[in-house]
Ligand binder design. Structure first.
Ligand code: PAF
Length: 287
């Protein structure tokens, strides 16, 4: 049975009860979410369930990570449905705090700054976004005190930044990455997908199609980017913000070997992101 708690005091009491059930080698897993749960979140719960004896999920739409008030206002919220999904996927405890519980004094005066890793890709397009993410994740870690925390590869730059946060601030938590879950046509699952109209939903397929075309090109960087760009150029109603290749840690891409292809685009008024792992081949050695 999933227990729902709202306040920090309730969380602390419920966490102690959970900890009493844990053996010395058992771990407690946290899945931080903003709710509006979909199969991507469920994969995080399942990974946490497989790796940990106790699973906590947080559900909090964090105002500090939204740069636009309209985006925050229309972010989907549906706690009752979310709780049912948590129950079905074996989550022991859900912490769904309100804003005052996380930011009791209003906007924080001291926060976590994302640093150079955020000066690219999503960072310039969403000022302050990653500072907001890292600050709230730090607060969630401090309150829940998990041994492991689970994040999706869909938000790849966020995942890299959270790994950096844990390393740089010495937080005692192991960050686990879970692969992106996709619709049958390739669209990466996102809570924002419900905001797409039927024709926008159709157009949105172009993002994953472009990434797969790039991945399948399996050549040098120029060939991978050209294959992906060709798909995006054909797409109707897709306003591309970036299509970029990086190495797996988001440094400039290598001449050959593992890399990451990342895309962001607006489809109507909905901003979507996606990424895939690609293998770059040195010039002349590609297929
Ligand atoms: O990925 C998300 O849903 C959010 O950015 C997170 C990590 C829960 C922080 O609010």
């Amino acid at each position: 049975m999933t227990e729902l708690v709202r306040t920090r005091a309730e969380l602390a009491a419920a966490r102690s009860r959970l900890a009493e059930r844990l053996g010395p080698d058992d771990c407690l897993g946290l899945v931080p979410t903003m709710g509006a749960l979909h199969a991507g979140h469920l994969a995080l719960f399942d990974a946490a369930r497989a790796g940990c004896a106790a699973v906590v999920a947080s559900i909090f739409v964090n105002p500090m990570q939204f740069s636009q008030a309209t985006d925050l206002a229309r972010y989907p919220r549906r706690l009752a449905e979310d709780l049912a999904l948590c129950e079905q996927h074996g989550v022991d405890l859900v912490w769904a705090p309100d804003e005052a519980e996380i930011y009791p004094d209003g906007p924080v005066q001291v926060w976590v700054t994302a640093g150079a890793l955020a000066d690219q890709l999503e960072g310039p397009n969403r000022p302050g976004h990653f500072d907001g993410v890292l600050t709230v994740v730090t607060k969630l870690f401090a309150a829940v005190r998990p041994d492991r925390a689970y994040f999706g590869e869909k938000d790849y730059q966020q995942l890299m930044l959270i790994r950096q946060l844990v390393r740089d601030l010495g937080q005692p938590v192991r960050v686990e990455a879970v692969p992106t879950v996709r619709e049958p046509d390739g669209l990466a699952l996102s809570s924002r997908n419900v905001l797409l109209s039927p024709s926008e939903r159709d157009s949105a397929r172009a993002l994953s199609a472009a990434l797969m075309a790039g991945r399948d090109a399996a050549g040098p960087a120029a060939a991978v980017l050209a294959a992906a760009r060709a798909v995006l150029a054909e797409a109707v109603g897709v306003d591309v913000e970036y299509l970029e290749l990086r190495d797996p840690l988001l440094a400039p891409p290598p001449a050959a070997g593992p890399a990451r292809l990342l895309v962001a685009a607006r489809v109507g008024s909905v901003r979507l992101i996606d990424n895939v792992a690609v293998e770059l081949a040195a010039d002349g050695s590609g297929r």
